[in-house]
Design a protein around this ligand. Structure first.
Ligand SMILES: [Zn+2]
Length: 237
């Protein structure tokens, strides 16, 4: 789905990943669920670009619903995978700390789990080789993505900012659709390791200049980072 001249989304409001598309190649941000590999191929076909145009995959954190097709993309297309150092262990298959599930509505929760099951969420392969990135890094990839530390959801959660794409990809630093309740609107994301820290990290987004704020779950936010930060803080208070 096209969001802008250099910006496309694959997946849906349950689980989404994004492409930064340039003449010099493509950067993929997040790798959704394993079965979304087919969505990636379909999207590339729709824009008439080969898999070999992908120069890198940046994942916003190491949780399984964001690294779905990462290992396959690395193995089959030789695409390097970038993960924040503090989430590298999780991306390699290390343990995620248990968090409370919080409030849920049965229908929405089952819908999320059923979609995950269909797309192979139960057998997400760990990433066997990755490049660690750090806060403030500007990656030498299409769209010149910049790594912004957003610890809270996980220690190595990041936002990825691309001026060219006019977007900031936020993973689960916030959500616009709670996967457990189905409720739309900007809010803190569920399954967050340290909710207070996640709220503090929003400060790192507020000053960015972008037309789109793009979460891993929920509808794209067509508005400024400052406006969504305000909305998330309001929902949390
Ligand atoms: Zn997620």
């Amino acid at each position: 789905m096209e969001l802008g001249p250099h910006l496309r989304r694959i997946g849906n409001d349950l689980v989404a990943a994004y492409l930064i598309v340039t003449d010099d190649g493509i950067t993929v941000v997040d790798a959704g669920l394993p079965g979304q590999w087919n969505d990636l191929l379909a999207e590339l076909e729709a824009i008439g670009r080969p898999l070999s145009d992908i120069r890198g995959l940046v994942v916003t954190h190491g949780d399984s619903d964001h690294i779905g097709f990462a290992e396959r993309l690395r193995r089959e297309a030789g695409v390097p995978v970038y993960v924040h150092a503090a989430d590298a262990d999780r991306a390699r298959g290390g343990e995620k700390p248990k968090t409370a599930w919080g409030r849920m509505r049965l229908g929405a929760t089952l819908g999320f789990l059923a979609y995950g099951m269909r797309k192979g969420a139960m057998k997400t392969p760990p990433i066997t080789e990755l490049t660690e990135v750090h806060d403030g890094d500007r990656l030498d990839l299409p769209g010149s993505p910049v790594v912004i530390g957003m610890p809270g959801h996980s220690p190595g959660s990041i936002a990825v900012y691309s001026k060219l794409a006019d977007a900031v990809f936020v993973g689960d630093a916030l959500t616009t659709r709670n996967v457990l309740t189905g409720q739309g609107g900007a809010a803190p994301a569920p399954f967050t390791d340290d909710p207070a820290e996640a709220l503090d990290s929003l400060e790192h987004l507020a000053g960015l200049d972008a037309a789109w704020v793009l979460p891993g779950h929920g509808t794209p936010w067509h508005g400024s980072p400052a406006s969504i930060v305000e909305a998330v803080r309001k929902a949390a208070s």
